[in-house]
Ligand binder design. Structure first.
Ligand SMILES: *[C@@H]1O[C@H](CO)[C@@H](O)[C@H](O)[C@H]1NC(C)=O
Ligand SMILES: *[C@@H]1O[C@H](CO)[C@@H](O)[C@H](O)[C@H]1NC(C)=O
Ligand SMILES: *[C@@H]1O[C@H](CO)[C@@H](O)[C@H](O)[C@H]1NC(C)=O
Ligand SMILES: *[C@@H]1O[C@H](CO)[C@@H](O)[C@H](O)[C@H]1NC(C)=O
Ligand SMILES: *[C@@H]1O[C@H](CO)[C@@H](O)[C@H](O)[C@H]1NC(C)=O
Ligand SMILES: *[C@@H]1O[C@H](CO)[C@@H](O)[C@H](O)[C@H]1NC(C)=O
Length: 455
């Protein structure tokens, strides 16, 4: 029996370790915050936003996005390597043999281009997702350009069902124009009626954006037939589907993921209990409006995970039964019946604070899963820098994928967390540490309301 299980007593103040990598990939610079620090009841409609001062002029813009009432299906989309959705080819023929849309304009492009500031990885994924849908709606070729990582995106992710590589021959100078829609509430609010062809007129359209547009876009009557597929889905399901259509792990990420899974889920019956707590708001601009998780919130998450751990003095059979239905492997004749085999439990906690991760490691000891890749200090210079940034990016991708495979997942105020929950594809075992410090059971389609964000 370990003696270090009660985390609270041992905790020292977490030191936030910021790094080139975490600064780039954990931030949500442009994610818009809704007024109010306290969590709204899950179904409370969003009726206003506070936009970033620097980027958006229209304050208090009306958002029509109420939680979707559409059919709610648990989609099978957790396996990154096995995209679950039907293939989307650039075909111009429907099942009935009639042309379904004009042939793809092979010389027209819609390119997600992360040039200059474009936010963290979660922001980028949101921009990529909407860029892909716009490309499809306007019959353009789709492409992704991310050039601020020293290694090409292809080294981390490969196209799954949809190509997004750009031909080397593509001339991005002539006929190309950048449309920056980062943090634009006006763009967000235009979704129900926008005609994308009227906005994006350049033959080679370079585009960046970072909000979650699908609930509003679903209402757009211009594209009624083309958007049919997303109408019964909730925003999280749409995101997960697009993610799997676009990406599968490249060997570099796959190797790291498989190696993490080998210790995280040695057998399918093992339980992986996870949390992600983002402490910092690495943003100068949002200093006064950004809300942060405190170290108490971090403690709450660890205490909750301990309450599910049969080896912990904090084990609470009521909580554990609610979070984790018993499985055969975890069941024994001993009491408590379903949770007696602590060896079947693994813990994965990730964060932008290395100190917090290390504290979690102390709490869970040998059953704590670590992913490789390191926190890189901003001031670290020299020849190693580029490779370290690539390793740091690998870690972000692997961490997100691992979070998406957890039996219990606690998310925090972070796009990375939310998307992991979306990709995970189920509400079972999903919990939220709110900005109030309260830890509640939650559902994917309510996460934006719970955290007062529209991204
Ligand atoms: C997931 O897929 C399996 C096999 O295709 C199917 O039996 C199961 O019902 C699906 N689960 C959900 C929640 O759709
Ligand atoms: C469009 O359909 C025609 C006739 O079915 C077919 O010959 C052609 O290859 C298709 N074009 C594309 C781009 O799929
Ligand atoms: C968008 O606008 C263009 C030009 O005004 C028009 O030709 C096209 O039909 C419109 N598309 C949709 C989907 O409304
Ligand atoms: C792309 O367009 C086709 C044809 O309209 C549609 O069937 C398909 O669902 C669309 N895919 C996405 C991801 O929007
Ligand atoms: C166990 O958790 C439940 C809520 O899930 C709580 O009501 C109860 O007081 C806890 N029991 C102990 C012994 O802490
Ligand atoms: C659990 O064990 C029972 C009885 O041995 C078996 O019927 C059932 O399929 C098992 N369930 C799982 C999930 O393995």
């Amino acid at each position: 029996m370990r003696t270090s299980l009660y985390y609270m007593k041992r905790a020292s103040r977490p030191v936030i370790v910021l790094s080139a990598v975490t600064v780039i990939y954990y931030t949500q610079w442009w994610t818009l915050l809704l007024p109010g620090q306290n969590a709204a009841p899950p179904l409370a409609p969003i009726d206003s936003v506070t936009a970033l001062r620097h980027m958006v002029s229209s304050h208090n813009a009306v958002i029509e996005g109420k939680p979707s009432q559409g059919a709610y299906n648990e989609d099978n989309v957790t396996a990154l390597s096995k995209p679950s959705q039907g293939t989307h080819k650039e075909d111009n023929v429907t099942a009935g043999g009639k042309p379904s849309h004009p042939p793809l304009a092979t010389d027209r492009y819609m390119i997600y281009d992360c040039k200059g500031a474009c936010g963290g990885w979660a922001d980028r994924l949101k921009g990529i997702a909407i860029a892909y849908v716009i490309a499809n709606l306007t019959h353009r070729r789709f492409g992704i350009r991310i050039n601020d990582i020293p290694c090409p995106l292809r080294e981390f992710l490969l196209p799954a069902e949809v190509p997004w590589d750009l031909p080397d021959s593509l001339d991005l100078k002539s006929d190309a124009k950048m449309y920056n829609r980062l943090g634009s509430v006006a763009f967000y609010n235009s979704m129900p009626s926008v005609n994308f062809s009227e906005i994006f007129t350049a033959r080679v359209t370079l585009f960046k954006a970072n909000l979650d547009y699908f609930d509003l876009l679903k209402k757009n009557a211009r594209y009624e037939r083309q958007l049919q597929w997303m109408r019964p889905l909730t925003n999280d399901q749409i995101f997960a589907r697009i993610f799997h259509q676009l990406f599968r792990p490249a060997p570099r990420v796959d190797r790291a993921l498989q190696s993490a899974l080998a210790s995280a889920k040695p057998s399918p019956d093992d339980r992986l209990l996870c949390g992600h707590v983002r402490f910092a708001s690495n943003s100068e601009m949002l200093r006064d409006t950004m809300r942060r998780h405190t170290r108490d919130h971090g403690h709450t998450v660890l205490r909750f995970l301990q309450s599910l751990d049969p080896a912990s003095p904090l084990f609470n059979v009521t909580t554990a039964t609610a979070a984790l239905p018993p499985s055969n492997a975890t069941a024994t004749a001993a009491l408590p019946p379903s949770y007696a085999k602590a060896d079947n439990y693994r813990f994965f906690v990730t964060s932008d604070s290395k100190v917090y991760i290390d504290q979690a490691g102390e709490v869970f000891g040998a059953r704590f899963v670590r992913t490789s890749g390191q926190f890189v200090h901003v001031d670290r210079k020299g020849g190693q820098r580029g490779q370290e940034v690539c390793e740091g990016f690998t870690k972000v991708l692997v961490d997100q994928q691992l979070l998406a495979r957890c039996d219990v997942l606690v998310v925090s105020m972070s796009g990375l967390s939310r998307q992991a929950a979306y990709i995970r594809g189920t509400d079972s075992g999903l919990y939220c540490i709110l900005m109030t410090g309260q830890l509640i059971q939650c559902q994917r389609r309510h996460l934006r309301q719970l955290y007062h964000v529209i991204g």
